[in-house]
Design a binder for this molecule. Structure first.
Ligand code: XMP
Length: 504
């Protein structure tokens, strides 16, 4: 079977050329291999992972949790954040990319704002910032402050508009105690000559210059004193602090951006890619549709080699349709999520372990990775989604309430909370920033909720990853790839599940 798996990267073109697979037998043999039932659909708590004889001395010996997201994108942490308005904007995407995962900026912001969010991620921990933000010396401190605040940067290069030469630098420290924000930048900035380095300076050389001169920012200039880049001490420290970070070929943090299937999705996707998005997610609640099929084909044609993830579906037939249309990664999950009502409202959706396993059965034939989306309530669910064959897991609820999610925490009933709400909830539909007046309100398929404030997202990710390493050691898998192949389930009764809960 192995040699029939297609080479990565060529899937979109070859998938259509391949004869239709026998979905039924692919699915059945995979379910048998995984120890999953063929007649009934099961979810996380219906099954338990079997342990095998293992030569792994301890969970800390496991270092390889590399997983495939789409095309040439691999993550050292198989976790991506949900493209929801209360979960992923730039702060979450930056935090997750630093931890080796990836964030998908949600699609409910107007396109200009989405583009800005993508740019913020690409600007963070950059190593070399190619187009550093700059300002005119005649601008006011107020304008400088506005740019720094909105772009979340601590300094701006000051460039003379006529000669285009670097003539100074202004940082948030220069402005911090200034009460007269109408002053001109030129009055307050540090004037040239500044300590600079030539274009082509390496990060290691920059580190020595920053250290020797005890400065925070090192502009790179060309032979005409024009700005050719910027290296910031903060970024160099972040690069060392997060060796596992998801970075693109230039060393920038990776980020995903989402489009829907509305009328301007294709133009939006192009703009997001131009802003630096590494992967485009095309997302719709009802993904097994000709609309999504056409939209993927359209994006495939316009975006060239840019990886495309598409969803959501929950059947092997749906998976095949997305792959044949040209998707490089597929997102699986209809209704398992914490704020979902699709199972309760329209009554649709396959329990998640079966949905993931059946889609993997088809997708792996084409070398296409599956993202298991929704329903993760703790370590066991995270591990089981991967054990069922998913290459990564999309999470909303477990990340909700962390500092990095959009929105402010609030106090109620004596506790600190943040809002988490379904993208199809009534409340969200009414408050959508990109909503057009004429848009009709649909019966809700999601709910709003409050979740306890949790502090930094890194704590959540570390806990999940620690459980994953432990689970891998029980299964005897040194790598995540091995775990996905080797892990097997056994069905359990409700009392078997209850037995597993601490009761002492
Ligand atoms: P968790 O369980 O991690 O799930 O919070 C996140 C996923 O839930 C999906 N989602 C929805 N599904 N109605 C739904 O049926 C909704 O309003 C809704 N909002 C989000 C989505 O797939 C997300 O990644």
């Amino acid at each position: 079977m192995e040699d029939e798996v297609l080479e990565l990267n060529d899937n979109a073109f070859k998938a259509t050329a391949m004869p239709k697979p026998d979905i039924h037998s692919l699915v059945n043999s995979y379910l048998i291999q995984k120890g999953l039932p063929q007649d009934i659909a099961v979810t996380f708590d219906d099954v338990t992972i079997l342990d095998f004889k293992s030569d792994i001395p301890s969970r800390s010996s496991i270092i390889d949790t590399r997983s495939h997201l789409a095309r040439d994108i691999f993550l050292s942490t198989p976790l991506v954040s949900a493209n929801m308005d209360t979960i992923t904007e730039s702060r979450m995407a930056i935090a997750l990319a630093r931890l080796g995962g990836l964030g998908f900026i949600h699609q409910f912001l107007p396109i200009e704002k989405r583009v800005e969010e993508v740019k913020k991620v690409k600007r963070a921990d950059s190593g070399i910032i190619e187009n550093p933000l700059n300002i005119n010396p005649e601008a006011t401190l107020r304008e400088a402050k506005e740019i720094m605040d909105s772009m979340q940067v601590s300094g701006l290069l000051v460039i003379d508009p006529s000669s285009e030469k670097l003539i100074g630098i202004i940082t948030s420290r220069d402005i911090r105690f200034e009460s007269l924000l109408e002053k001109r930048v030129a009055e307050v900035m540090t004037h040239a000559p500044l300590i600079t380095a030539p274009r082509g300076t390496t990060l290691e050389q920059a580190r020595l210059i920053l250290k020797k001169n005890k400065i925070e920012k090192l502009p790179l200039v060309d032979e005409n004193a024009r700005v050719a880049g910027l290296i910031a001490a903060k970024d160099l420290l972040k690069i060392e602090q997060f060796p596992q970070a998801s970075r693109d070929a230039k060393g920038h943090l990776m980020v995903g951006a989402t489009v829907g299937i509305g009328k301007s999705f294709s133009k939006e996707a192009e703009e997001l890619v131009r802003a630096g998005a590494d992967v485009i997610l095309i997302d719709t609640a009802r993904g097994f549709s000709t609309r999504l099929e056409d939209a993927i084909k359209n994006l495939r044609a316009t975006l060239g080699d840019i990886p495309i993830v598409a969803g959501n579906i929950d059947t092997p037939e749906g998976a095949l349709m997305l792959i044949e249309s040209g998707a490089d990664g597929i997102k699986v999950g209809i209704g398992p999520g914490a704020v979902c009502k699709t199972r309760e409202g329209p009554g649709v959706g396959t329990p998640q372990i079966t949905a993931v396993a059946e889609c993997v059965a088809v997708a792996q034939k084409y070398g296409i990775p599956v993202i298991a989306d929704g329903g993760i309530r703790g370590g066991a669910h995270f591990c089981k989604a991967l054990a069922a064959g998913a290459s990564s897991v999309m999470i909303g609820w477990m990340l909700a309430g962390t500092d990095e999610t959009p929105g402010q925490p609030f106090y109620e009933d004596g506790e600190k909370w943040k809002i988490y709400r379904g993208s199809a909830s009534l409340e969200f539909q009414l408050s959508r920033l990109d909503r057009e007046e004429s848009e009709r309100i649909r019966a809700s398929e999601g709910v709003p909720s409050r979740v306890r404030y949790k502090g930094e997202v890194s704590a959540v990710v570390h806990e999940l990853m620690s459980y994953l390493r432990s689970s891998m050691s029980y299964v005897g898998a040194w790598t995540l790839e091995e775990y996905r192949q080797k892990a097997k389930f056994r069905r359990q009764t409700t009392s078997g599940y209850e037995e597993g809960k601490p009761y002492g």
